[in-house]
Every structure is written in structure tokens, then in C-alpha cells.
Write a protein that binds this ligand. Structure first.
Ligand code: RUQ
Ligand code: CUA
Length: 630
């Protein structure tokens, strides 16, 4: 069907003349799809009303369990993407489509555990959002995010900015560090199981920490399935992938393998563990693994294994960051004031045992107290957060290497105060080979006095820093809720979302199949009630400002599924379906569908209404569900 015939087809249905009014609204929306090339003066974060930002920021929503999209440099919050949380606005966690995504890849034992508890967890703790890569830079396909709280990893489709897959990671406990492979493309997502647990964790081992393990996972990013796992010594914290496609490096703390704070921090040295991806793949092929939970090959990568090497690093290293030129990997000291610089070209020799582990280190500058994470520009400089000093330290990688070789040079170029206690920082395009050296974000764990007081629970704070000159300059403060663990800053030219779904979107495949089974030509034609025992399917379509169905009748005790399809092919015209006093509400997006299932337990008249403002007659966009008493 061409665009033209589609439009006439829709207007033929002429639902209360709604299409004419909707088209009017559509005219207004069209302007926003024209992308003026805004050029901000260097270091200016003001984006004038009506102008567009240069970058997409993908923000972890921390303990809120969601992901947020910000525009940079304005720092305006543009959208929230529900992931591991329940979203009242969109129905995420309630619609059948979202429940399928939230539950289909749970482990059998999780399914059992959650069966009488609502089916799946409603909380999450997102830390590390990262985009898929091709050839060392972002490719705009997906954003991946971990859930530390319930050991899951989710994938967001960047064409619609919604989650399409959530998987539970077997054998591991609490996924923390998460990074995509950068080269040649993101075949794998590397995911660190932070806590050490027995394998299998079935109660046969309890208070015997010597039998606990931390598990590193490689997830097939296309299939969203765990490809293999590796047991390591110590706890796993953060991880990054190289630019060569050969190695992943994780920071490990708690080499003591203790369970109390005193035990975990007693030793002066922990380590970074390097995973040899090709060797591990060969090990999987050769059958050198065990299977515990979830049908995943688990290899033994503890000390002495051919799959890993351990580089000693001072007590409790934290962030792991690859330089955009691909040459170095930074291991941030946390309890040590240093960042250890590993030269990646030395790693093959380390695996051949031609050099000692510490020989892979080519610099270890002392930067200040509490280095947690490091970001990069395109001029050979690194920017490290100093948690305890509440500062960002800018330093020259070359000079740090020279100093390590004994030359009398000072690597530190600049320090700037941030408010307060920064964790992650991130530069524009800075985790790709296309780092552009324009902006740095400092994600601060405390805001204290930085905003007017909102009570005992204060927002966290993020600051935008101009790094285009020789001195860093804070240009914007913004509060965030909840903890903004981490973020990425992606040039907008790399991200290209759609304005409407299209009924052929794979998200609606199940609904389409059901509609055809129920005798409708297609989902967007579906309008009617199908009774199937005490299961009732109510199909309707929405076109501003009406639902195709003014009322429907069911019996008390029926299991009702309402399927709404939005046939308005108009940008920015989202409808909703909210059923009063039934706790039911969902987003119905342009040329998309949504469905929800509930028990019609409460007899009487129940109004349903559109809960996304769509039209001058939006308030009138409603209908009735009549529930006949038993
Ligand atoms: S970690 S504050 Cu969850 Cu990313 Cu370093
Ligand atoms: Cu449709 Cu409001």
C-alpha cells in the first residue's frame, strides 16, 4: 500500500471525522522532523528554544531501573525508557508485550520462584549503558544495560527506543561491569558477575566462602544468549573490551576472597584479569568446560589457566577504560591514588609468558585520592574522577609514560572541583575511536548544598564540563534521581529513531498471528469481540479522537484481553488505554499496538479512556466496559 492509498484508506473509516483533526495536529509535528544543523559556540551549552542538541546521552537510571535519554549539551531530559522497572505511563511491566520480554528468558528456577510473586521482579539497578559498536565506534543499533539487582542484561532497540530483550544470567550473581565488544563489531557483550557464590548455588554449599566463585559472561549480542562463562579468582568489578577484538579486561577486588569488609580489603594488591577471547572460544570447542545452570559452558579461568592472565594492581581497582587509539587500558586505583596503564600490545607476550604480568604496565601516575573512572579526548589526554578529592584530574597519557620511564615530567595538566564525590565520568564519543574532545560529564554521588533543599533524600548531581580548551570549565549543574551510575554521549548523526512503528514490527508478531487466527484480516483491521470460553479478546483500533469500540460487554470472572491498535499515521500521535479502577493503563504508539490482560472481577460500568493527550477532543476519547454480574 502506498502512503497515499494508506491515508485514504484510513480516512474512509472516517471515525467521527477524527482523521481531519489529527491531520491538523500532524502538520504541526512535521516541522520537528526537519533537523536544523545547530552549531553551538565552543563551550556553550545553551541550546536556544526550538534548536536541537548535538548529542544523545544515554543515562543509567540507577536504582530506578530505567534508562534515560538526555540531549547534550543542553542536558534536557528527553525520554525515559522503562527497563527493569514498572512504568505507569507506558504500561511497561503490565502489557502482554512487555511481560513477554521481561519473562521469556528467565531461568527455570527463577520462573518457579516468581510464579506466585507476580511472575517477575519489578525492581532493577542499572549501572552501565553502552551502545553496540562496529569497527571501533557506535553503530546506532542497540544500547545494552545491566541489572545488578537481579542479575540481568537488557537490550534497547535504538530505532524505537524500547527494550526488545531481557535475559537472566545463570551461575553469576549481580551483573555489574558491562561492555560491548568494540571490534570488529559487537558480537559479544561482556558482563561481570560481581558477587561470589557457590556453583551450583542450590544450598549444598552455604557458609564456606572458599567454595564461592565470581563468573565472567560473554553474551551473544545478536541472539541475546550467554555464549560462555569463565570462573575467576576474586570479585569482578568493571570490564572493558580492547579495540583489537582479542581481549577483555576486568578489574577484580577482594583477591582475599573474604566476605567481610575487613577481609575484603586486607591485602595490598588485587588485580586486573585479562580474558583471551580466541583461547576461550577454542576451549569451548574442545569441550573444556562444565555445565551448571542454564546450559552454558563454564570454563575455569582461575590463576594458572590458559584463558586468563592476572596483573597485580594496588588494592581494590575499579574502573577499566580503553584509550580511543586502542593502545592502552586504564585500571583506576580507587583505594590507591594511581591509575595503572596497561599497554595492549604487550598482552600477547604476557599470554606466551614472555613477560611478567607487571611488565604490561607502562605508567602508573599518582593523580589524587579515589580515582574511579577515566575518560578521554582526541588529543591524548585522560580525565580521571577523584572520588575522595571531589575533583576531575586531566592528565597526559604520554607524559605519564615518560615519567614512569624516569623522565622528569609532570603528567597532571589540570584539576577542577566537582560537587561532590564523582563516580563515573564520560566524554563525548569518548569510549570510541571517534572521541571528539568536546564535553565531559561528571556523575556525582552527592549534591549536598548544590540545590534548594528537598528533604533528607537529596538528588544526585551531574555536571557538564567543557574540555575543548586547555582548562576544564563546569558549564552546567543538574540534579538526577536516582543515582546516575554511568552514561554515554553519542553524536546525534549516529542515532536514527523512527517516528512510528509499522504493524509489521516484530514486537507485534504474536498479536498479528492471534488476530488472524481470530478471523481478522490484519491487526489494524481488527475490531470486535472474540469469546473463547471465559477468555475474551477485545480488539479495537484508535484514531484520534475515538476508539473504534464505544462499549463492550463481558461477564464477571472473564479473563479479558484488550488489544488496541493505533492507526493514526501521524508523528507524535500516541494514544493510551486506561481502564478506570482496574489498574490498567498502557501507551498505544503511532502505527503500533498494545495489549493487556486482566480479570473482569468487578461488575458494573467501567470507563476506559485515552490517557495520552492526543487531540482537542482527547477528553471525549473513551468508552465503557460493561461487566455483567455472575
Ligand atoms: S561502577 S562509580 Cu557501578 Cu560503574 Cu563505578
Ligand atoms: Cu487518544 Cu488521547
Amino acid at each position: 500500500m502506498t502512503e497515499e492509498t494508506k491515508k485514504t484508506e484510513f480516512s474512509r473509516r472516517s471515525v467521527l471525522g477524527g482523521s481531519a483533526l489529527a491531520a491538523g495536529i500532524g502538520m504541526m509535528a512535521v516541522g520537528s522532523t526537519l533537523m536544523p544543523q545547530t552549531v553551538h559556540a565552543k563551550g556553550k551549552n545553551e541550546v536556544a528554544p526550538g534548536d536541537l542538541d548535538d548529542y544523545y546521552g544515554f543515562w543509567s537510571g540507577g536504582q530506578s531501573g530505567e534508562v534515560r535519554i538526555l540531549g547534550l549539551p543542553s542536558m534536557r531530559e528527553l525520554m525515559r525508557i522503562p527497563v527493569f522497572n514498572r512504568c505507569s505511563a507506558t504500561g511497561w511491566g503490565q502489557t502482554n508485550e512487555s511481560i513477554k520480554i521481561l519473562t521469556e528468558h528467565m531461568l527455570p528456577k527463577e520462573k518457579k520462584y516468581w510464579a506466585d510473586k507476580g511472575g517477575f521482579p519489578l525492581n532493577g539497578d542499572t549501572h552501565h549503558p553502552h551502545m553496540s559498536f562496529t569497527d571501533g565506534s557506535y553503530d546506532g543499533r542497540y544500547v545494552f544495560i545491566n541489572d545488578k539487582a537481579n542479575t540481568r542484561v537488557a537490550r534497547i532497540r535504538c530505532d524505537i527506543m524500547k527494550v526488545d530483550k531481557i535475559i537472566s544470567i545463570p551461575n553469576a550473581a549481580s551483573i555489574h561491569g558491562l561492555r560491548p565488544q568494540k571490534f570488529p563489531r559487537t558480537d559479544y557483550i561482556f558482563a561481570n558477575g560481581e558477587h561470589r557464590v557457590p556453583l551450583p548455588n542450590d544450598g549444598s554449599v552455604l557458609d564456606d566462602p572458599s567454595k564461592y566463585h565470581a563468573v565472567f559472561s560473554a553474551i551473544d549480542a545478536d541472539e541475546m544468549k550467554v555464549a560462555w562463562q569463565v570462573i575467576v579468582d576474586g570479585n569482578l568489578d568493571n570490564v572493558d573490551a580492547d579495540y583489537q577484538g582479542k581481549y577483555a579486561i576486568a578489574s577484580c577486588y577482594n583477591s582475599e576472597e573474604g566476605v567481610t569488609l575487613a577481609e575484603m580489603t586486607s591485602s595490598e594488591q588485587d588485580w586486573a584479569v585479562i580474558f583471551d577471547i580466541k583461547a576461550i572460544e577454542a576451549g569451548v570447542k574442545a569441550g573444556d568446560f562444565k555445565i551448571y545452570d542454564g546450559d552454558v559452558p563454564v570454563l575455569d579461568g582461575r590463576k594458572g589457566s590458559r584463558y586468563t592472565r592476572y596483573i597485580p594492581i594496588s588494592n581494590s581497582p575499579h574502573g577499566v577504560n580503553a584509550t580511543p587509539d586502542g593502545k592502552y587500558m586504564m585500571i583506576n586505583g580507587k583505594l590507591s591514588p594511581t591509575v595503572s596503564v596497561i599497554e595492549m600490545s604487550r598482552i600477547p607476550d604476557l599470554f606466551k609468558d614472555k613477560i611478567k604480568p607487571r611488565d604490561a604496565i607502562v605508567a602508573e601516575p599518582e593523580l589524587g585520592l579515589g580515582p574511579l573512572h577515566t575518560a578521554f579526548d582526541n588529543r591524548g589526554n585522560a580525565y580521571t574522577t577523584l572520588f575522595l578529592d571531589s575533583q576531575i584530574c586531566k592528565w597526559s597519557i604520554d607524559k605519564a609514560i615518560q615519567k614512569y620511564q624516569g623522565k622528569d615530567v609532570e603528567p597532571i595538566l589540570d584539576k577542577i572541583d566537582v560537587q561532590y564525590q564523582p563516580g563515573h565520568n564520560h566524554t563525548s564519543m569518548g569510549e570510541t575511536k571517534d572521541a571528539d574532545g568536546e564535553w565531559l560529564i561528571s556523575l556525582n554521588k552527592f549534591s549536598k548544598d548544590r540545590y534548594i533543599n528537598v528533604g533528607p533524600l537529596k538528588p544526585e548531581s551531574e555536571q557538564l564540563i567543557d574540555i575543548s580548551g586547555s582548562k576544564m570549565k563546569v558549564v552546567h549543574d543538574g540534579p538526577t534521581f536516582a543515582e546516575p551510575h554511568d552514561c554515554i554521549i553519542v553524536h546525534r548523526s549516529l542515532v536514527n529513531p523512527k517516528n512510528s512503528y509499522g504493524h509489521d514490527d516484530p514486537l507485534f508478531a504474536d498479536l498479528t498471528a492471534q488476530a488472524i487466527k481470530d478471523g481478522f484480516e490484519s491487526l489494524d483491521e481488527a475490531d470486535g469481540i472474540i469469546r473463547d470460553g471465559n477468555k475474551v479478546r477485545v480488539y479495537m483500533y484508535s484514531m484520534a479522537p475515538t476508539f473504534s469500540m464505544e462499549k463492550f460487554t463481558v461477564k464477571q470472572g472473564d479473563e479479558v484481553t484488550v488489544i488496541v491498535t493505533n492507526i493514526d499515521d501521524v508523528d507524535d500521535l500516541t494514544h493510551g488505554f486506561c481502564l478506570s479502577n482496574y489498574g490498567v493503563a498502557m501507551e498505544v504508539p503511532p502505527l503500533g499496538s498494545a495489549s493487556v490482560t486482566f480479570m473482569a472481577d468487578d461488575p458494573g460500568v467501567h470507563w476506559f479512556y485515552c490517557q495520552w493527550f492526543c487531540h482537542a477532543l482527547h477528553m471525549e476519547m473513551r468508552g465503557r466496559m460493561l461487566v455483567e454480574p455472575k
